[in-house]
Write a protein of this length. Structure first.
Length: 210
């Protein structure tokens, strides 16, 4: 179990090949928190640098639809990122537990599109958008993007502008993307929805899970 001074850790909620994720609270004020820790006992300098970069990106974004990073803590020979806990669960897990209605799917898609638009407007690229990295609170319907481990922030001088004749077309495609974010949902979530009767413009989602 993770032991961090100044925090109470309750339980492990996720484990991958590279990291461990715990739920707990900050001792001084009882604020709920998520703790993301590198799994390796002896992480490489590159892995530590990537964790620091993820923390820096989260702090710089400061967006409502992106999980907030509270602090970066030293833990033994590795690092722990302390993140906000708004009571959400990954869409990947929720999709395994229940079927979403068409109205819920559209609402979630709109939120994802708007958040991605804000991230891109801040010159950041997530690079790994998938249901495991989208966290949703089923009670409040609030949604946030997590896991910026391989993300990047582009410097303004490195962002090439499209030719003037192509700019309207690029803008149109980008607005279309923002409005029609794709969710990767298993076929079982589609069984009771009359998608065959929907206009083509509303067929926003691919049926295969990722």
């Amino acid at each position: 179990m993770l032991h961090l001074p100044g925090y109470k850790i309750f339980r492990k909620i996720y484990e991958s090949d590279k990291c461990l994720v715990y739920r707990g609270v900050r001792s001084r004020d009882g604020i709920a928190a998520i703790f993301k820790v590198l799994k390796q006992d002896y992480p490489t300098p590159a892995e530590l640098a990537r964790y620091r970069q993820e923390y820096d990106i989260l702090r710089s974004l400061n967006l409502k639809g992106v999980v907030t990073a509270y602090s970066l803590e030293n833990y033994e020979r590795t690092l722990a990122i302390v993140l906000e806990d708004f009571g959400g669960e990954s869409l990947k897990r929720l999709m395994q537990e229940r079927n979403f209605t068409l109205q819920e799917i559209l609402s979630i898609a709109i939120q994802i599109a708007e958040i991605l638009g804000e991230i891109h407007a801040a010159n950041a690229i997530h690079k790994d958008i998938n249901p495991a990295n989208i966290v949703f609170n089923r009670n409040t319907k609030q949604l946030k993007i997590i896991d910026f481990g391989i993300s990047a922030v582009l410097k303004p001088q490195k962002i090439a502008s499209p030719p003037p004749t192509e700019f309207p077309r690029v803008q149109e495609k980008y607005q279309c993307f923002r409005r029609h974010a794709r969710l990767y949902i298993s076929r079982t979530n589609w069984q009771n929805e009359p998608f065959s009767r929907l206009p083509h413009g509303l067929l926003l989602f691919r049926r295969n899970a990722v």
